[in-house]
Design a protein around this ligand. Sequence first.
Ligand SMILES: [Fe+2]
Ligand SMILES: [Fe+2]
Length: 184
Amino acid sequence: MDIRKIKTKLKKDLSHFRYDHSIRVAKEAKRLAKHYHIDKKKAYLTGLIHDIAKELTEEENNYWIKKGNLSSDLQKEEYKNIKHADIGAIIAKEEYNLDDDICNAIKYHTIGNKDMDMLAKIIFIADKIGRKKLPSNLKQVKQIAYKDLNKSLIYLLEQEKIYIQQKGITIHKNTKELLKALKK
Ligand SMILES: [Fe+2]
Ligand SMILES: [Fe+2]
């Protein structure tokens, strides 16, 4: 499927807000990919579809959880905001037949993973900084991202960690492992 067709399909499937966000993330991912000399087209495409499962109905979510053999834990309330990453990765494979690195970048874009490659890191960061108006902390993330991708990821995750802990929740073990790996 080419980019034009994917855009048409996304426009139909996503809300205006989500589509707009996806385009911004795609553009930022492309810029970062260019900066770090990795496949720009792939980064754009991944950014474009990273939130493909964000607005599915509960019924659709459950269909993909079953079809993709995903953990039924994803149906729990605590996974409400992050399961679209796992489900999106399955859809990217099944419906779009996309490469594994693209699917993994989608899979890892909410809580991260120690096995993230450059593309996955770029998507994770582009998701946060590819926005219309950036608060000062994300402006900082953006600035660092174009100098040192790992450093900007550490900076971002440390902030998220504090934010999450303030809400009385402990960070996901995958995020913890990623932070540890990045700091090595
Ligand atoms: Fe997302
Ligand atoms: Fe997103």
